[in-house]
Design a protein around this ligand. Sequence first.
Ligand SMILES: *Cc1c(COP(=O)(O)O)cnc(C)c1O
Length: 422
Amino acid sequence: MFTPTKYNLMNVSDGHVFEDNGWSLADPQSSKPSLIRAQYGKFQPREDLDGLYRYACWLPIKRLLKGSCAPVTYKSEGLARLLGLQNLYITFSGWNPRIGAKMRTCSFKETEAYAVLARMDDSEKRILVVQSAGNTARAFAQVCSDNKIPIVICVPQDCLRDLWFAQPLDSCVKLVAVPHGCDYYDAIALGEKLAKDPRFFLEGGAKNVARRDGMGTTVLSCAEQMGRIPDAYFQAVGSGTGAIAAWENACRLEQDGNWGKNNMKVFVAQNDPFTIMYDSWKAGSRQLLELEDAHRKVEVILAKVLSNRKPPYGLAGGLFDTLRQSHGDFFLSDNNDIIYWMMQFRNLEGYDLLPAACVAVSALAQAVKSGAVKRDEYIMLNCTGGGLIEAQRQGVVMKKPDLVLSPDTPDEEVVQRVSALF
Ligand SMILES: *Cc1c(COP(=O)(O)O)cnc(C)c1O
C-alpha cells in the first residue's frame, strides 16, 4: 500500500504556509495573484515504484496509477558534437522504447496527468474537468482510460485530429467539443460552466501543484544522470508551466543539499510569430503585452502547443519571476528553424521530435552561438515530446466527441447534457 506523500503548501508571494484542503489551487488567505508551491521532505527516489512514481517523494499524491513512465535522460553524443558541447544532457518525454521512453501519448503532458490524477483520492465522487487543445487532452484521456477514472475533457472541435490512440478508450472518458471556429478559450469557458455544479471540479492548470511537480520530474531525472543541478535549462514554452516547474525543482534540489548550488539559468523559446511572452520579456514587462493578430499567428505556427494567449507569466512565481530569478532569457525560432532541427535531431540522435521540442533545440543552438552558454557547462535540453511516427506505426483509433456544445449554452443545460453522459 502506498502512503500518501507528506507536504505543505506555500504562497509564493508572501511565504505563507498552509495545509492542502485536498485540491487547493490558491492561498485562501490571500487575494494577491500568486502561485502556491508544495514543500516536501528529502529527495529519495523510489526504486521500488514503477515509472513516474520513482519521484513520489516530490509529487503531491495520494495513490499510484498504472502505466506511467518517467522522463528519460542521457548524455548526448551526436547533437553535442555538432554544437561543440561537452556536457549536453537530453531529457526526453515521449515514445522511444530503444532508450526506455514509453510515454504512449508522446509528450511530457503525460507526467502532468499521472501526477494530477494521483492527487485525487480513490474515494473522490466528483468528476474531474480538464480543458485542453491537444497533448494535455490526449494524456489525460489515456491515463483515465487505463485507470478507469471518470473525466470530462473539453476541447475545440478543430483539435480533434490530435485525439488519436492506439486502442479505443474506456467509456469513463467523455469528450465534449466546442464547435468549429471556437478555440481553446471557448473550451475553457464551457468547462467553467460545467464546474459550477458540485458534481464536477476543475483541474486548475498551472495553479495545480501536481501539474507542475509532474512536469518538474524532468529536472529530477536529469539531475540524477548529471549528479548535480544543471547550469542551464532549455525548453519551448506555451504556458510556461513546465519551465516554472523546472525552476521550482532546481530550488528544491539546492535546499536538499547533495546537488550543488542552483545556478540553473532557465532559457525558454516560442515559435515565431507567436511571440506574446517573448515580446513582454524583451520589453522588461511583467504585464503581458498585447499580441496583434493572435488568431492568424496561431494558424501559421507549426508548434501549436506553444500558442497559449493567457499564460501564467506575470503573477508571483510565474514565468517572469522564473526568468528573472534564474538569470534566464527568451529565444525565438521560426517554422524553418523547426524543420531544420527536426531533420538534424533525427540524424544525430536517431528519433523524431515534435515541432515544439525542436523550438528548444533551436534555442540551444542560438545560445551556444551567442555565448549565452559555455561549451563545458552542464546543459539540460528538455525534449518535451516526440516519437509520434513510431508510436502511430501500428495504426490509430480516433476518439470522437461524445457531445458538441456551443460555449453559449446556458449553465444548467451544459450540466444536464454532460451529466447524462455518465
Ligand atoms: C505543452 C507543451 C509544451 C509547452 O509546455 P508549457 O508548460 O505549456 O509551457 C512544450 N512542448 C510540448 C510537446 C508540449 O506538449
